[in-house]
Design a protein around this ligand. Structure first.
Ligand SMILES: [Fe+2]
Length: 166
C-alpha cells in the first residue's frame, strides 16, 4: 500500500492553518496568581475561545470550600500539591491523582488539608454555580476566565500575555 500521507501537502496545510505552540514559564510575569474567592487563586494557562476551553491551576491556600457548581462540559484534573475531595464522592485527590468529570457533574470542592492544594484543571464549557436552592447563581465560561485574567492585569499594570490565547 502506498503512503496515504502526502508529506509536502501536509506540511503546507500546517504552515497555512497551524497555530503557534504555547509556553508559559513559571514566573508571575508569564501568568500571575489571580484572586478568585477568599483564599483561592487561579493561574490562567490557556484560553480557547473557539471551543470554550480553558486550562488553569487552582490554588486553595488553606482549608475551605468552593461552592457547589455544575459543569456543562467535561473537566480533567491533575493534583500537584496538597489534597482535596468532592463532597459528592468518596475519594480523596492527592498529588498524582487524576480525575475526569462528565458534562452535567455537580460537585462541591472541599479542602481539609492544612497545606491547601494546587490542581491543574482543563475545563470545557461553562461552570454554573448553584445557590442553596439549586438555582444557577453565576455562569462562568471562557469569556469570564479571560475577563478574570485581563481585569487583574489591567488593575495591577501587568502585561497581558497574548500567548495564553490558543
Ligand atoms: Fe468543578
Amino acid at each position: 500500500m502506498s503512503a496515504i500521507v502526502n508529506e509536502a501537502s501536509l506540511a503546507e496545510q500546517i504552515r497555512k492553518f497551524g497555530q503557534p505552540s504555547l509556553f508559559v514559564g513559571e514566573n508571575e510575569n508569564d501568568s500571575p496568581w489571580v484572586p478568585f474567592v477568599p483564599d483561592i487563586f487561579i493561574r490562567h494557562l490557556a484560553f480557547d475561545v473557539r471551543s470554550n476551553t480553558f486550562i488553569n491551576v487552582l490554588w486553595v491556600q488553606k482549608p475551605g470550600m468552593l461552592g457547589t457548581h455544575r459543569h456543562r462540559g467535561p473537566v480533567w484534573g491533575y493534583v500537584l500539591e496538597g489534597s482535596w475531595y468532592y463532597k459528592e464522592h468518596d475519594w480523596v485527590a492527592r498529588p498524582g491523582s487524576y480525575l475526569y468529570e462528565n458534562p452535567g457533574a455537580v460537585h462541591t470542592l472541599m479542602v481539609d488539608d492544612p497545606k491547601g492544594m494546587k490542581t491543574l484543571f482543563c475545563l470545557n464549557g461553562a461552570l454554573e454555580f448553584l445557590d442553596d436552592k439549586g438555582r444557577v447563581a453565576d455562569t462562568l465560561d471562557v469569556f469570564w476566565f479571560v475577563d478574570h485574567y485581563v481585569s487583574h492585569c489591567r488593575k495591577h499594570g501587568l502585561k497581558i500575555n497574548e500567548q495564553l490565547w490558543i
